[in-house]
Design a protein. Structure first.
Length: 643
């Protein structure tokens, strides 16, 4: 047995971070460059297939190391100069990646490798690498490659500007003070009337979301909704049109019929036209449950507004909140009392430790970038498997959402996997939604650590198809809804565990609306696909048509949702991903006995066959290995239609 690997040594004092980062990033990028040059210079005959592929693996490992540390520090380091320097490092890593992808000499070296002497993993790495080169356009003639370079550059610029317009275009409505009726006292106090007697409510989430849920004034909700759905309009109209045309040309120049076909090729779904099929299948499956819950909302709306003919987004969130309170008796204030941050964090480690046979040993002396960060060594059967960093509270300049970042990708015998959870939870009492998010994100973290002992960088960590990535995390959310699991750590100040009947009510409230939520999701998925597939002249007409077809809440006249549909930037035509992963998450969960969530026979099999496998096999094969059959829709449809 070889000795345990040592974690990456981080700087011990705050002033050393800037220099440390630059050394780490420069050194890894320089190494990737040198190794790529070596690959091209040495005569191919003087190397075995195995040696060539090992060198290529080292190029990717160095590049992965540079990407990991730069993308992490650009989002979490407390000092602005370090974040800026990390952003530059990330851009440099991107430039090198593009350069390598279009490097004909490098491609020729790999394409000449005789794979008959390689093992199964080596053959897979080679096959996927050659596919990446082809998708980058390496084997096209000079004119086409030049055009691809131009297209890619412009796609990045336009997508960034599209996103920036959404971030920057904060709109607002002016309301009379009495139009805040129904909002919590702290919200009202935070929004005092101005000199003219009106109150300003913006389209930012902390303003918008509570207002749409709690605001009783229907016309005020309507005005805010219209402002929200018109963010970045008309600024993003021309940009979206250009972006869709650029991507369309990009896909066609490489020989694909359209952008979704190009994008779907490397996903589990495989083919562009499979996306609308999937969307229609889910829409049909959700129909019954969606109509049933929609009618409940409509009936309740009519108690307040007898002339209402239908529910749209003006009323949706508000009446969901009303139904939660009146019908399911869930008082969010009471629920919070059971979720003290420190107990939840300890509980999460205890629960996942039991499930996957892991021990989290605090490493209080390990240096970090901020005093809030808690460090643990992940151990199992007497060995250190990795190191995790939990950076869970907000601070200025820090990433605003919740995500897992890599610090170091793990490689068998060479690098210990190290990952970071970056979230923005309160220090005291948490909402139950926060607890679910914590379990979800921890699912990604444990995936990163457990899949950190492959030989190939290509297989390390969450290296699976992009439309499968969310499934393990969505599945782990189930543990945050189980009364026995919650009672093992969630207790109020008096030490009383959360009552099982309260958890039952929370679950019932959470199930309400799952059908119509699925339909709204399918509207987004259809829109993302059709925009890229058809490249329509009138994007608003497409929004109107698809929304009336899929979303029970319908189109709001004179609004332009597509202008602030930020997912078009990163997910392009693949918004369906979330629901696709959820279908598989429900199927994976069906292997567990819902009454015995700590059955380690199942959870260890899951750990070994799905998580630890990383990207070593196609996701469909991993799932089949675990379930003993191919994945299907049964569990998802049963869940959708129960209750
Ligand atoms: Zn996730």
């Amino acid at each position: 047995m070889s000795p345990d690997l040592r974690p990456l040594e981080l700087p011990a004092s705050a002033s050393e971070w800037g220099g440390w980062f630059e050394r780490r990033c420069d050194e890894q990028l320089a190494r990737a460059r040198e190794l790529a040059t070596e690959l091209k210079q040495t005569l191919p005959e003087s190397r075995t297939a195995e040696e060539t592929l090992s060198l290529w693996n080292d190029v990717n490992l160095a590049l992965g190391n540079a990407f990991a540390v730069s993308s992490l520090l650009s989002q979490v380091h407390p000092e602005e100069p370090v974040r800026t320097s990390a952003e530059k490092g990330e851009q440099e890593a991107h430039r090198l990646l593009t350069e390598l992808g279009l490097d004909r000499e490098l491609y020729n070296v790999l394409a000449a490798v005789d794979d008959s002497t390689l093992d199964e993993g080596g053959r897979r790495v080679l096959r996927l690498s050659l596919r990446d080169f082809r998708r980058a356009g390496v084997d096209q003639d000079d004119a086409v490659r030049e055009r691809i370079r131009t297209l890619s550059e412009r796609e990045t610029e336009v997508a960034q500007e599209f996103s920036k317009n959404i971030r920057d275009d904060v709109r607002s409505v002016s309301l009379r003070a009495e139009q805040l009726d129904g909002l919590p006292a702290d919200y009202v106090a935070a929004h005092p009337a101005g000199p003219d007697g009106t109150v300003t409510i913006t389209t930012d989430y902390p303003d918008y979301i509570p207002f749409m849920s709690f605001g009783r004034d229907r016309s005020a909700r309507r005005a805010l909704l219209e402002a929200f759905l018109n963010r970045a309009w008309p600024a993003n109209d021309a940009l979206l049109e250009e972006l869709l045309k650029l991507r369309d040309e990009h896909a066609r120049i490489l020989g694909y019929p359209d952008w979704p076909s190009y994008d779907a090729e490397v996903k589990m779904i495989g083919q562009g036209p499979a996306i609308p099929d999937f969307v229609d299948r889910i829409a049909a499956a959700a129909e019954k449950s969606a109509r049933r819950d929609y009618d409940v909302l409509l009936d309740r709306l009519r108690q307040d507004h007898p002339d209402a003919t239908g529910v749209d987004s003006t009323d949706k969130s508000h009446y969901i909140e009303v139904i939660g309170r009146e019908r399911f008796d869930v008082d969010a204030q009471r629920v919070r009392e059971y979720f003290d941050f420190a107990k939840v964090r300890a509980g999460l480690l205890e629960v996942t430790g039991r499930l996957f046979d892991l021990e989290y040993v605090p490493a209080p002396d390990a240096p970090t970038w901020h005093e809030d960060v808690a460090v643990y060594d992940v151990r199992s059967a007497g060995r250190t498997l990795g190191r995790i960093y939990l950076d869970l509270h907000p601070r200025e300049g820090k990433y605003k959402h919740a995500a897992q970042f890599d610090l170091v990708p793990g490689i068998a015998g060479r690098q210990l996997p190290e990952g970071v959870l970056v979230c923005n939870f309160p220090r005291g009492l948490m909402e139950h939604d926060d607890v679910v998010t914590l379990f979800h994100e921890f699912g990604h973290l444990v995936h990163h650590v457990l899949a950190g002992r492959h030989r190939w960088a290509r297989f390390s960590g969450v290296a699976t198809e992009w439309d499968f990535v969310e499934a393990p995390s969505q599945m782990l959310e189930e543990w945050a809804w189980d009364a026995d699991v919650l009672q093992s750590f969630a207790s109020n100040q008096a030490g009383e565990p959360i009552p099982a009947d309260l958890v039952t009510k929370m679950r019932a409230a959470n199930e309400f609306g799952k059908g119509f939520f699925a339909r709204t999701q399918m509207f987004y998925a259809a829109l993302a696909y059709q925009l890229h597939q058809q490249v329509p002249a009138d994007t608003t007409a497409m929004v109107r048509d698809l929304q009336s077809r899929y979303d029970l809440f319908g189109y709001v006249p004179d609004t332009h949702f597509q202008a602030s549909f930020d997912h078009l930037q990163g997910y392009t035509s693949g918004y369906y991903t979330y629901m696709w992963s959820l279908v598989i998450a429900k199927d994976l969960f069906s292997a567990f006995d819902a009454d015995r969530l700590f059955d380690t026979e199942v959870s260890h099999r899951y750990r070994d066959r799905i998580l630890a496998a990383g990207g070593s096999k196609d996701a469909a094969d991993l799932v089949e290995n675990f379930l003993g059959r191919p994945y299907d829709f049964t569990a998802f449809e049963t869940w959708l239609n129960r209750g």
